[in-house]
Ligand binder design. Structure first.
Ligand code: MLT
Length: 328
C-alpha cells in the first residue's frame, strides 16, 4: 500500500510539473545591453514591473550586459537557450549595428524572434554646466570656434547617443570638430558630463529630463522634427530642424526580442503580456513623464516589428556610411 502511495505522489508531482505552463517558477531574464541607470535600463525596469503584473506575478530579472554599443548584450541573447526565459530589450542600436560592425556576431533579423515594439523616445542635445554657450545658436558657433578642442560622450559605437552624435556632427559639418568619448552607457556618461569631464552629449529624455530640470546640465535642442510642445520642461527648446538642420528627425524606439526558436506558445504568452503591460496606467505615466511615447497595439505585432527593424536597417546604413566610421 505504502509503495502505491509513493508512486501516486510521484505521478502527481510529475504531472503538475509537466502541466506547469510557461514561465513556471523560473525567472525571466530581461537583458539590457547598456549600464544600469541609463535610458535603456529605465525602460526595461519600468516594463519588467508592468509585465510582472500582466504575467500573473512572473519573476522578471533585469540583467545589464554592456559594451560595444549594445552588441555584447544583444549577442548574449542571440546565443541564449530559446526557452522564453531570456529576452532582450534593445533600441535603435538593433538597426544601427549592421551598418557599423562589419563582423557583427549575430544577425538581427535571423537570430531573434520578434515580440513587439515598446515606445519612442526623443533625444536632447546637452552640455556640461560650465559650457560657454547658452543657446543652440551659441553652441554651433562655439563648436566652430573651438574645432578640435571639444569632446562628445556616447554609450559606445552603435549606441543611440553615438548615432545621434554622428548624424548631428554631419548635419552641422563638424564631423572632426569633436573627439568622441565612449562609455558603457549614458548613465556613466551623464555623470562625467555633470562633473565637467566631457563637454557634450546627445541623449534620450528618459535620462536627461531630471538632470535638465535640476540644472545639472545645459539643454540646447531636441532631435524630434518639431519641438516637444506638450512637455512642460522641454517645450521651449527648439528642434534641430527649426535651427536649420533640414529633415533632422531622430527618436529612439525600443523593442523586445527572444532568441530564435523560442516555442511559439511562450512567444504568444509574452506578446500578450507585453500588449497588456503597454496599457498599464503606471507604466504609461512613468514613461510619458520622461518624454517617451508608448506605442499602440499595431506596433506590438511581431511581423510588423520585424518589418520596421528591417526598414530601419536599410534607412540607417547610408547615414552611417556617410559618417564614414566603422566600429570594427
Ligand atoms: C544609448 O546611447 O544607446 C543609450 O542611451 C545607452 C544607455 O541606455 O545607456
Amino acid at each position: 500500500m505504502k509503495r502505491l502511495l509513493v508512486l501516486a505522489a510521484a505521478a502527481t508531482a510529475l504531472f503538475a510539473a509537466s502541466a506547469q505552463t510557461f514561465p513556471g517558477s523560473r525567472p525571466i531574464t530581461l537583458v539590457v545591453p547598456f549600464a544600469a541607470g541609463g535610458p535603456t535600463d529605465r525602460v526595461a525596469r519600468d516594463l519588467a514591473e508592468a509585465m510582472r503584473k500582466s504575467m500573473g506575478g512572473a519573476n522578471f530579472v533585469v540583467e545589464n550586459v554592456n559594451g560595444a554599443g549594445g552588441t555584447i548584450g544583444a549577442n548574449k541573447v542571440a546565443k541564449a537557450a530559446p526557452d522564453g526565459h531570456t529576452l532582450l530589450l534593445h533600441h535603435i542600436g538593433m538597426a544601427a549595428a549592421p551598418g557599423l560592425y562589419r563582423k557583427l556576431p549575430y544577425k538581427p533579423l535571423e537570430d531573434f524572434d520578434y515580440l513587439g515594439m515598446i515606445n519612442e523616445v526623443p533625444m536632447t542635445i546637452i552640455g556640461k554646466p560650465q559650457l560657454a554657450a547658452n543657446n543652440y545658436r551659441d553652441l554651433e558657433n562655439y563648436i566652430r570656434n573651438n574645432s578640435g578642442k571639444l569632446n562628445i560622450a556616447h554609450a559606445g559605437l552603435g549606441s543611440a547617443s553615438h548615432l545621434c552624435g554622428l548624424m548631428w556632427q554631419a548635419a552641422i559639418n563638424a564631423k572632426d570638430a569633436m573627439t568622441t568619448i565612449p562609455f558603457g552607457g549614458t548613465a556613466p556618461a551623464m555623470n562625467a558630463l555633470m562633473g565637467g569631464q566631457v563637454d557634450m552629449m546627445c541623449d534620450q529624455t528618459t535620462n536627461t529630463t531630471g538632470q535638465i530640470e535640476a540644472g545639472r546640465v545645459k539643454a540646447y535642442a531636441v532631435t524630434t522634427a518639431r519641438p516637444l510642445s506638450g512637455n512642460k520642461l522641454l517645450k521651449d527648446y527648439p528642434s534641430l530642424q527649426e535651427m536649420g538642420l533640414k529633415s533632422f528627425n531622430l527618436t529612439i524606439w525600443h523593442g523586445l526580442y527572444a532568441p530564435k526558436g523560442t516555442p511559439p506558445a511562450a512567444l504568444a504568452q509574452i506578446n500578450a503580456a507585453l500588449k497588456l503591460a503597454l496599457k498599464d496606467p503606471d507604466f504609461i505615466k512613468r514613461q510619458e513623464g520622461l518624454g517617451a511615447v508608448v506605442v499602440t497595439d499595431n506596433r506590438v505585432e511581431p511581423a510588423a516589428h520585424k518589418a520596421f527593424v528591417a526598414a530601419e536597417i536599410a534607412k540607417l546604413k547610408p547615414v552611417i556610411e556617410a559618417a564614414g566610421k566603422f566600429a570594427d
